[in-house]
Design a protein around this ligand. Structure first.
Ligand SMILES: Nc1ncnc2c1ncn2[C@@H]1O[C@H](COP(=O)(O)OP(=O)(O)OP(=O)(O)O)[C@@H](O)[C@H]1O
Ligand SMILES: [Mg+2]
Length: 432
């Protein structure tokens, strides 16, 4: 038998030939196999199976042909060991007829490709080895294809993951965009409203100024008339003598009373206008919510007309820090909405009370109510169920923002056909 060193040298020179390791304790058999195979393959022989494992580890072996019955180790055991570490190597067992049953068992365990019986038939041996090599080639090809498939699969799942990530990023960007759009809509609504308020403020200031002077004149003139009437009444003349004079004096008196009442009413409206817009004190300050509600009610009287009873249940409430003119806007929006929801006769109930650290304003109406599907939309800018030109759908959106600016909350309960209740809670102590 050639030494291992010699074989290793040979290995390097014959790298293109299939490398076959033959193991048999019978030297005569080994030599005969070597003679048969060496024309076709690069053959390395071992008479001791214990030396094979190390050789296989250090060299590229394509096929292992092993005798079964050897004193150091059975061939099927050797094949099993080699198979666990090198499954790609093709394994063929050589055995005597007597060991047939053992070999059949070993085939299943060690990945054996074939078994041959002694005495060796050279043609059969070469044929089996060729088949084994072919089988190995196919196996390797399948392994290679499997690896390609696996890497394609990996790439696919990688790109799939990338897609999922991209989708998530897109989804996030979309949500951010929607949120920005919502903010924009609200800001726009607020802008429109603050422009409206500024215009209304100017108008109110103009009207209040213009109306105040003539009304002052009317009131002082009526006061003069009143005093004149008192003087005339003191004059001693016979009232009965001239019943016409008497009649006209009474008429003057009555009409003067009407003028005084009407002038007082006009003054009150002017004051409410000024209170409502709080033009002289538009900034953050301590204010009486009750007074705000009252002046707003005066202004909303036209909307409420005679069809709506206003029920007031006011507890003693503290003055709070707020933007009074903005809160009045909220109250007006709620009163107008309530009035518009009441078709025939109905009521609006206003409750003022405190709850823990909050001042609560509850405004209920006996109107048409809000269907469930609309409830979550009523604070959205632009949402309206009123016809074109009637509602702009901004009232509640603006109210919501004003309350938010006060660190408060506004919530709603409603039942179709029964009515709606809005509850505003404002912190009694503001930490701004
Ligand atoms: N008290 C209420 N009863 C019934 N529905 C209401 C009430 N308040 C609000 N709504 C519903 O909510 C919608 C939105 O109200 P919001 O005040 O924001 O807008 P609008 O009243 O339609 O228009 P705008 O106030 O701009 O004139 C209304 O169109 C209405 O359908
Ligand atoms: Mg409204």
């Amino acid at each position: 038998m050639e030494t291992k060193r010699e074989e290793l040298l040979l290995d390097r020179e014959l790298t293109n030939q299939a490398r076959i390791v033959v193991v048999d304790d019978d030297i005569a058999v080994l030599n005969s196999i070597k003679r048969i195979l060496r024309r076709h393959f690069h053959v390395v022989t071992f008479s001791n199976p214990l030396e094979v494992e190390e050789y296989v580890r250090l060299n590229n072996v394509d096929l292992l042909l092993s005798d079964e019955m050897m004193p150091e180790m059975r061939g099927s055991e050797l094949v099993k060991r080699i198979h666990s570490e090198f499954p790609k190597i093709c394994k063929i067992i050589l055995s005597g007829q007597a060991e047939k049953d053992d070999i059949v068992k070993a085939i299943n365990l060690g990945g054996i490709f074939a078994f041959l019986f002694k005495p060796i038939d050279p043609e059969q041996l070469i044929q089996t080895i060729n088949n084994g090599m072919e089988n190995r080639k196919m196996k390797l090809k399948i392994i290679e294809q499997n690896q390609e498939l696996q890497s394609a699969n990996d790439m696919l799942s990688h790109s799939n993951n990338m897609n999922i990530k991209k989708n998530q990023e897109l989804e996030k960007a979309y949500q951010e965009l929607s949120a920005a759009h919502e903010t924009l809509k609200t800001t726009q609504a607020q802008l429109i409203q603050s422009e409206k308020m500024a215009a209304l403020g100017n108008l109110v200031a103009g009207i209040a100024h213009e109306v105040n002077n003539p009304i002052g004149a009317v009131m002082s003139a009526s006061d003069v008339i009143n005093r004149c009437m008192n003087k005339i009444n003191l004059l001693s003349f016979d009232n009965t003598a001239d019943s016409d004079l008497n009649k006209y004096l009474h008429m003057i008196n009555d009409n003067n009373t009407i003028i005084v009442t009407a002038s007082r009413r006009i003054s009150k409206i002017v004051k409410s206008l000024k209170d409502f817009a709080r033009l002289d004190e538009a900034e953050f300050q301590k204010a009486d919510i009750r007074q705000g509600i009252e002046s707003t009610l005066t202004l909303a009287r036209h909307e409420l007309k005679n069809k709506i009873d206003v029920i007031k249940e006011y507890d003693d409430i503290p003055h709070i820090h707020c933007y009074p003119n903005q809160l009045n806007q909220v109250f007006l929006n709620l009163f107008v909405n309530a009035a518009q929801a009441i078709t025939d006769k109905g009521y609006i109930k206003i409750k003022l009370f405190t709850e823990k650290q909050y001042l609560c304003i509850q405004i209920s109406d006996s109107g048409s109510g809000i269907p469930d599907e609309n409830l979550k939309k009523i604070f959205d800018p632009g949402f309206t169920t009123k016809g074109v030109g009637v509602g702009s759908g901004l009232g509640l959106a603006i109210s919501y923002n004003i309350i938010k600016k006060h660190n408060g909350t506004i919530s709603v309960n409603s039942e179709v056909g029964k009515g709606t209740t809005f509850i505003i809670s404002l912190p009694i102590e503001q930490i701004l």
